[in-house]
Design a protein around this ligand. Structure first.
Ligand SMILES: [Zn+2]
Length: 127
């Protein structure tokens, strides 16, 4: 399932990031940006999420999903307009030659991380 593989990609990226912060790091919150034109079923993603992240660093993470709306610029007349689907015509001139300028986002915007061990600055000799 498409949404499941997306969750695994998110998980992989989050684990890589957490590794840089050392053992016992947990993710407290994760902010995702999934555009309306990204082709992701948010309801399936939310349905699959709890089982997919169980036992991982994302298990207790609050997952916030922002959904940038679709926006396109007409390739014929230059008009920028809201778009719900890829092949919606330009409302001004009816052209289907559109450049998507917003709504294809599929990314992790931020991770809120807690470290088990407080970060200690590296010891530095001063003499
Ligand atoms: Zn147009």
């Amino acid at each position: 399932m498409h949404e499941l593989s997306i969750i695994y990609s998110i998980l992989e990226a989050a684990e890589q990031e957490a590794q840089r912060h050392g053992e016992g790091t947990m993710v407290e919150a994760i902010d995702l940006e999934i555009g309306e034109l990204a082709g992701v079923e948010i309801s399936s993603l939310e349905f699959l999420w709890p089982a997919a992240v169980a036992g991982t660093i994302l298990e207790k993470a609050a997952c916030n999903i922002a959904r940038p709306a679709g926006k396109a610029r007409c390739g014929s007349c230059g008009h920028a307009f809201a778009i719900k689907q890829y092949f919606d015509p330009c409302p001004q001139c009816g052209s289907h030659w559109n450049e998507i300028i917003n709504g294809e986002e599929l990314r992790i915007k931020s991770l809120t991380i807690t470290c088990a061990q407080p970060a200690v600055a590296a010891a530095t000799d001063i003499n």
